[in-house]
Write a protein that binds this ligand. Structure first.
Ligand code: GDD
Ligand code: MN
Length: 358
C-alpha cells in the first residue's frame, strides 16, 4: 500500500459514457494500492450529464470542477494541478485509453527518484490497440520525432503523466496551448530523469477524439515556442538571418517594380529600400525579437530605421552605381548582399539591445 497522497487530474470533455468503468478502475486502485487517492475532474462544461453523474456517485474523494470560461485540454490540466494538494499528481485521459492499474507503478517510479514519469506505448511491454488508422500512427510518429530535441523519452506525446506536485510548482512560464502538456511540463519543469512505465493504450469505447487539425497545427507552434525557450539566442539570430535573406529577395523584386513606376532612379531605389526595411522590421519584430512584440511599435520602427543606416547607405550606393552598366536586379542583388553582410552583426546587436531591448 502506498501511503503518500496522490491526486489524479482528469480533463474531460463529453466523456460521461466513459465515467462508470473508469471510476470503477480508479476506485480499485484506491482500495488495493493507494489509500490517499483523490480524483479531480476538470470538465469544460460538457453538458452531457457529467455533473449529475458525478453527484450520483456520492464519492467524497471525487471532485468535479466545471469550467465555463476556458476550453482546452492543457489549460484544464493546469487548472486541476493548481487545485491539487497531494504530494503526487497523475494526469490521464478519461476515455479509457489509459489503464488506471498502471498508476501505482508510476508513483513508485517517482518515489524511487524519477522527476517525471509517463505511461508509454513505445517501450518494451507497451502497446497500442489495433485499429489505429495509418494516418494517426504516422501523425503520432512525426510528432514524436519533433519532440526529440527536448527529451529522449520514447513516448513524449503521452497524455498519461506522473510527477511530484513540487515539480509542477517549479514550472517556469507555462504556456498551456494544445495537447502536449506532458512535453511542456518536462521542458519547463527542467525534468532530467524521466521514467517510462509500459501501458497498453486502448481505443476508446464511447465518444470520439477531440484531436482536431487545429490541435495538430498548434503543436507546430508549441514546438517552435519550446525551441525559443530552450535556445532563445540561437532562434533569435537564425530568424534574424532568415528574415534578412527574405528581405534581399524582396528587394530585388521590388527594384524591378519601382524602377518601372518611378522615373527617378535614386528615388526608385530608396522606395525599394524603404519597403524592404519595413518588411524586415515587421518579421524581425514577430520572429526574431518576439519578447518585444507588446512594446510601442512606432518607437521601435524609428529605431530600426536608424540602425539600418549603414547597410542602407552601402546598398544604395552600390545599387545606384552598379546599375549604370548592369541590370538593376543584378546591381540590387550585389548592393543588398554587401550591405547586409556589412550590417548583419551590427544590426542584430543594435536591434537586440536598443530597438527591441528593454
Ligand atoms: N477539459 C477538457 N477540455 N478536456 C478535454 C478537452 C478540452 O477542451 N479536449 C480533450 N479533453 C480530454 C478528453 O475528454 C480526454 O479525456 C482527454 O482530454 C484526451 O482527449 P482525446 O480527444 O481522447 O485525445 P486523443 O485520444 O486524440 O489524444 C490522446 O492521446 C494522444 C496520444 O495518442 C491525448 O492523451 C494526447 O495528449 C496524446 O498525445
Ligand atoms: Mn483518446
Amino acid at each position: 500500500m502506498i501511503q503518500d497522497s496522490v491526486t489524479i487530474i482528469l480533463p474531460t470533455y463529453k466523456e460521461v459514457d466513459n465515467f462508470p468503468s473508469l471510476i470503477d478502475g480508479i476506485e480499485r486502485v484506491k482500495q488495493t494500492s493507494i489509500e490517499h487517492l483523490q480524483l479531480i475532474i476538470v470538465d469544460d462544461d460538457s453538458q452531457d450529464g457529467t455533473i449529475e453523474c458525478v453527484e450520483e456517485l456520492h464519492k467524497p474523494w471525487v471532485q468535479l470542477i466545471t469550467r465555463t470560461e476556458d476550453r482546452g485540454l492543457s489549460s484544464a490540466v493546469i487548472h486541476g494541478l493548481d487545485q491539487c494538494k497531494s504530494e503526487y499528481c497523475i494526469v490521464m485521459d478519461a476515455d479509457g485509453s489509459h489503464p488506471p492499474e498502471t498508476i501505482p507503478a508510476m508513483v513508485e517510479a517517482l518515489q524511487k527518484g524519477a522527476d517525471f514519469v509517463v505511461g508509454s506505448r513505445y517501450i518494451q511491454g507497451g502497446s497500442t490497440q489495433d485499429g489505429w488508422g495509418v494516418l494517426r500512427w504516422v501523425n503520432s510518429k512525426i510528432a514524436t520525432i519533433m519532440a526529440r530535441p527536448f527529451t529522449k523519452v520514447k513516448d513524449p506525446m503521452s497524455g498519461f503523466l506522473g510527477f511530484k506536485h513540487k515539480t509542477y510548482q517549479q514550472a517556469d512560464d507555462l504556456n498551456p496551448i494544445g495537447y502536449k502538456i506532458g512535453l511542456e511540463l518536462i521542458v519547463k519543469c527542467g525534468c532530467k530523469n524521466v521514467d517510462e512505465v509500459p501501458i497498453h493504450f486502448k481505443t476508446r469505447k464511447y465518444g470520439h477524439s477531440k484531436l482536431t487539425l487545429k490541435v495538430q497545427w498548434e503543436y507546430f507552434h508549441h514546438v517552435l515556442r519550446l525551441v525559443r525557450y530552450t535556445h532563445p539566442k540561437l532562434v533569435s539570430f537564425c530568424s534574424f538571418a532568415t528574415v534578412g535573406l527574405s528581405g534581399a529577395a524582396i528587394y530585388v523584386l521590388l527594384l524591378s517594380l519601382t524602377t518601372q513606376l518611378i522615373s527617378s532612379k535614386p528615388l526608385a531605389i530608396i522606395t525599394a529600400i524603404w519597403l524592404t526595411m519595413t518588411w524586415n522590421f515587421y518579421w524581425d519584430r514577430r520572429l526574431a525579437f518576439w519578447n518585444a512584440r507588446n512594446r510601442p511599435i512606432v518607437i521601435q520602427y524609428l529605431g530600426f530605421v536608424a540602425v539600418c543606416a549603414i547597410p542602407v547607405i552601402v546598398n544604395f550606393y552600390l545599387t545606384n552605381s552598379l546599375s549604370e552598366e548592369n541590370a538593376i536586379q543584378y546591381a540590387g542583388f550585389i548592393g543588398v548582399v554587401v550591405g547586409s553582410a556589412v550590417g548583419i552583426i551590427f544590426n542584430f546587436l543594435m536591434s537586440k539591445f536598443f530597438v527591441f531591448g528593454k
